[in-house]
Structures are given as C-alpha cells and as structure tokens.
Design a protein around this ligand. Sequence first.
Ligand SMILES: Cc1cc2nc3c(=O)[nH]c(=O)nc-3n(C[C@H](O)[C@H](O)[C@H](O)COP(=O)(O)OP(=O)(O)OC[C@H]3O[C@@H](n4cnc5c(N)ncnc54)[C@H](O)[C@@H]3O)c2cc1C
Length: 463
Amino acid sequence: MAAVDSVKLFADRFQGTALTPGEVGYDDARSLWNGDIDRHPLVIAQCVTDEHVVEALAFGVEQGIDISVRGGGHNFAGHGVTEGGVMIDLSDMHDVTVDTAARRVRCGGGTTWADLDAATQEHGLAVTGGVISHTGVAGLSLGGGIGWLTRKAGLSCDNLLSARVATVDGRVVNASADENNDLFWALRGGGGNFGVVTEFEFALHDVGPLVQLGLFFWGTEQGPDAFRFMRDYIAGLPDDTGVQIVGLNAPPLPFVPEQYHFAPGYILAVVGWGSPEEHAAVVQPIRDTLPPLFEMVTPIPYTDLQKMLDDAAPWGILAYEKALYLDDLTDDAIAVLSDHFPRKSSPMSIMPIFAMGGAYANPGEDDTAFGGSREAKWIVNISAIAPEAAVLDAERTWVRTFWDALRPEASGSGTYVNFLNDADEDRLRASYGAAKYDRLAQIKSKYDPDNRLHLNANINPAR
Ligand SMILES: Cc1cc2nc3c(=O)[nH]c(=O)nc-3n(C[C@H](O)[C@H](O)[C@H](O)COP(=O)(O)OP(=O)(O)OC[C@H]3O[C@@H](n4cnc5c(N)ncnc54)[C@H](O)[C@@H]3O)c2cc1C
C-alpha cells in the first residue's frame, strides 16, 4: 500500500482533481451504479485530459497499488472502484464531437450513452449503444456492446474506428486499422485490459430521430406459449429489426391497464427503423397469433427509446447477474425459462433476452476480439436487482439456480464478458475461445506485461 505521504504528494501535484477519504465529493465519486459495491480508494484521480490519466497511471504503477478505471461505472462487479488503490475517474471526460460529413463521432473515455445519443441524434445519426442511457460508452464498447441497433448496425465495438489510449508505460498511443493494429483488434471486445481509452471514434448510421416501437406483454402463466410464439415470430422478422424479450414486472405506466400493474410477465419489444405503416405490418401477426394482455405501438424519438428502461435499473440499486448464450430457444430451454423466471422474489429483478442475428453476424469470428460466437442467436441475462441487501442475498440464489438449470441448453460454457459478474480465467477462456484468449494474452503482454490493469474481465499476460 502507498505511504500516506506519497498519496498526499500525488494529490498536491496532480493537475486534475484528487479526492482522498473524508474530502467533500469522495463518497459520491467512489459510488457506482451497483450499490452493493462499497470500496475505498486511497485516492480518486478525476481526470479531464490525457495528461491527467498518464499522471494517475504513473502514480499507481510507481506505488505498486491497484489501479481501477471508471468509465460509466456500470460494471456489475464494480471493477471501476478499488479498495486501497488509485481510482482513475473519467466521468468528466465526456466531450462529444460529431463529424456529419464523415459520419463519425469522437467522444471522451467517460461519456455515457445519453450524452453520445443526444449529440449524434441532432443529426439523425447513431451508433449501437446499450439499452440503459446512463451506461458508459467505454466499458460497454470495449467488451462488445449490444443494444437496439445491433441487428441493424452490429455491436458497438464493430463500429469502432479508432481510439486514443494511455498505456501503463506512460505513453499515449492511437489505435486504428492503420496504427497499432494489434491494440485496435484487442480493444474491440478485449475490455479495459490494454490501457485507458481517453477518446473513442465510432462510425455513425442513419437512425430516427423518430423510430417505431411496439411493446407486447404476456403473463408468466402464458410463459411456454409466449416463448414459443416469440421464438418463431422473431425468426421471421426483417434482419435489421431491433428486438428484445424482457422478463419483468409490468410497470405502473399509463399504457399498462391497472390490473396488470406489477404483474410478472414477458415483454416483447419490436423496434422498426422505417415508417409507421411498415412497422404496423411487421407487428400485426403478433395480435393475430397470440393476442397479448396489453400492448403499446407508437413512434418514439430514438433518444427516448434509449432511456425507456432507465427506471428499471436505477443508479445505486443492489445487483448481481449471470448470463449465457443460446443457439436456439429450444422447447427445453423454454421450459426452464418459464419455470424459473417466476420464482424471483424481488419485483425489480429482470431477465433481458437479446435476439442476435442480422448485422451482428456479419463480421468474421476473428475480425474482432469479441468474446462470443457470431452465430449465437440469443443472450440470456438473469439480473437480480434489489433495494436492500437481504433481498439481494435471496435473489443471488435465484440467479444461480436459474442459470445452473439453463446451462445444459447453452452454447458452450462461455458468456458475453460484459455480463460476467464473477469473471475467472476459465470462464473468460471459454468466452473468447482458446485461440482468441491466447492472442489477447500476447497483446496484453506487450501493453501491460505486469498486469497492472487487472480490475476488469482480466486477461493474464502471456509469459
Ligand atoms: C443497468 C445496466 C444495463 C446494461 N445494459 C447493457 C446493454 O444494453 N448492452 C450491453 O452490451 N451491456 C449492457 N450492460 C453491461 C455493460 O456493458 C457493462 O457493465 C460495462 O462494463 C459498463 O461500462 P461502464 O463504462 O459503464 O462501466 P465501468 O464500471 O466504468 O467500467 C467497466 C470496465 O471497463 C473498464 N473501463 C471503463 N472505462 C474505461 C476506459 N475509458 N478505458 C479502459 N477501460 C475502461 C473498467 O476498468 C471496467 O473494467 C449493462 C449494465 C448495466 C448495469
């Protein structure tokens, strides 16, 4: 652990804002989205420039203490904050610059999707982001990045054009197809292992500003029928349709009939990028085949779509998750989903099921470092979300039991690394596959040979 004097010396000379225990703002700055995480860094280095990041990294390296990097602070395991090390806080690095002619956007390493979407949507442009707007662009994109646009535009990381990276040896380097190509490959799925990204550059796509949303709800008692219907219906959708199934308790919103407020069930969300008429034709078979208990079909600004689920996952809530890939929603998988989802005890716990395919499947398996097969059809996420610790404890058991029961249906033993609450080397190896993991380990040994950046879905440097 660094001597108190060293911390004071660093805090005094640091050009950004340094916060130490007891100072105003320290507790706010160390808090993450997951309120179950309670760690106390020796010092929080709030950065605004690349130089600040280099200084903070150098302090952590010199002192031999843990270094955590906080982008949006959403990581379930709380990798953004360290107990007794230096926390590099990027949340003030959120400038967004849109180049409409080149259809590109640059953003700082601490930008949230809310910031990025607001800036790009002024020009009717967007890049694939997550489905909760206060998630960080950084962690989400470095691990992959799945959202409403995945089937239309690929993963967030598939759209990365370049990045500026502060490395643990004190340099700031660019990574792109033309410069440090090994690093560029690793940043597209390999997480925060290789350095601190101070700026991202993404390709943009025409989106909205208005898009077409359809929400359709069935109760848990209709589970097997609803899942079989959704599986077959989604298989016939246009490739670029945004689609997600979410197990949840119906919110008490105006479009939900009062008798279904808080009722547990399954929402099918279908997002179209074209006209209301095209979307109406796409969703009509839902009513014709398995009429939902209630529905809402409406045009919606893309920025509102990106915030639609924010209230389901508020900042500071307690959470735990597990996830897996499925090649198919087999009848056996459906039996497990319909049996286990209703056993949750926290009304806030949710089960988002992302339908992959479309543009997600376009890149070759080795084009990026993404940890998952491009042939995977579904990612099932089982998330315990609870307002207090005792409820979270019970829900952890629910998540683990549910996940164990679903595992025989999974495609392999890997998972999407951004949904890996309990990452260990075996699960990461399984997620990337041995060859990709080994390639990442080689690149790690070049950029971070002593594994100074290990508070992440950690790749062990090759020896
Ligand atoms: C409510 C909620 C909703 C989510 N929805 C989605 C979704 O729709 N789609 C999806 O794909 N994922 C989703 N996720 C998962 C999300 O992708 C991960 O939690 C991701 O790690 C969040 O990134 P962050 O920057 O907010 O997190 P942080 O906790 O700040 O960071 C996550 C990891 O990235 C590293 N890191 C952060 N910033 C940088 C940087 N600038 N340079 C280098 N390393 C960095 C951190 O050290 C840490 O290891 C969701 C998570 C939550 C909690």
